[in-house]
Write a protein that binds this ligand. Sequence first.
Ligand code: NAD
Length: 445
Amino acid sequence: MKKIAKKKKYTKKYKICVVGAGHVGLVAAACFAELGHKVYCVDKDKKRITSLKKKSIPFYEPDLESLVKKGIKSKGLVFSSSLPEAITKSQVIFIAVGTPPQADGSADLTAIENVAQVIAKNLNSYKLIVGKSTVPVWTGRKIKEIIHRYKKNGNDFDVASNPEFLREGKAIYDFFYPDRIVIGVESERAENILKDIYGSVKATIIVTDINTSELIKHAANSFLATKISFINAVSRVCDLAGADVEKISLAMGLDRRIGKEFLQAGIGYGGFCFPKDVEAFAYISKKLGYDFGLLKEVKTINEQQRSNFVAKVKEHLWILKGKKIAILGLSFKPDTDDMRFAPSVDIIKTFISEGARLYLCDPQSLNEAKKIFKPSEKIKFTKDPYEAVKGCDCLCLLTEWGEFKELDLKRVKKLMQYPLIADGRNMFNKQRISKLGFEYIGIGK
Ligand code: NAD
């Protein structure tokens, strides 16, 4: 992260309020402060703000802690639970609150509405209000309507959209070295402010209207999810045909029109973005009059990958009741402790319902996991993979953490009661594993 030092050359600084100190908001707040802006980071969760003031980070994200500490020390980053106060002190307000899924697949925009109302009531000067949360198209328009409806004076404002594309686990890097920055605006003033704010970040800036900007985010995430589901569907055909999906991914990915990213078969995508964004995009498309059937299939294939994985394990172990299964990897992907909509959750729940005894292992997610699964005689937790596999009938690999790649497999085999590896992320080479004397379950190979 040393290259960030270049930023100092850029002089135009803003007073920024970031609403929401979550995976997106906290990262954005710390990074904006690093760029030299004065940042007020607000969250309605008072406990979170109290711990942040004490420099305690609420989730695992590489490099975030040092950046937050630096921001606090320089006084460029201030945490607060008073939204009105932060708004009145700021020129630009980034909204980075959660937009969770509702039962019908639509995004719950209650938090966005609440924040818009507070902004309206505290509009003490011109402000630029920027949507950073992932939202359905027309949300910016609604924010504008709400502010007009509730504002108490003639002060002017602009609404803009600046969707976030960061990847958890690489969030700080992605902020400073993004593939692109998208800004959706309605005025030159808003465009110039956003260009100033990101002035020292070297990236292609795509300027568009607000509706298009909102749609870019939904389209991008849905496309990535589609790529994953596509290769997962191919993996099912490979299982049936006795072919190797990894070789297919390699050959397909070398075609530059396709690209190799997001083309690895496995137990499917999870996390706080893809599942909800695919659903929300299908929902809003339908509401607008277009039935985006492709996205429904993307979701179905994704869900089937989990049940198909469990079915394969059952095929090998026959009865799961009483069997000991080690689960290596709980977070929805490596380098994060985030377990929201992680494939591991559904797989573990099925194993539990079948009466298996589980040893859950993850380098970072154990605290999150304990919020979902209560420790008991049948569910144990450890950070140590060798402890997890001791006496087990099957090792299920569900997240491709680097440390699992480095496992001493000879030692693992000695510790296991029965040497069966179910590799949900195709991390291991099948031939090598088989040579070591393991039975191996892969995805499409
Ligand atoms: P999060 O759940 O980690 O954080 C949201 C935060 O907002 C929470 O701390 C919550 O307490 C706070 N909040 C909610 N309502 C509030 C209110 N009225 N006032 C103040 N604070 C409030 O969520 P996240 O992962 O940071 O995601 C935020 C948005 O960014 C979502 O729309 C998400 O889809 C999008 N996004 C997430 C990622 C990601 O990788 N997590 C990436 C890109 C975009």
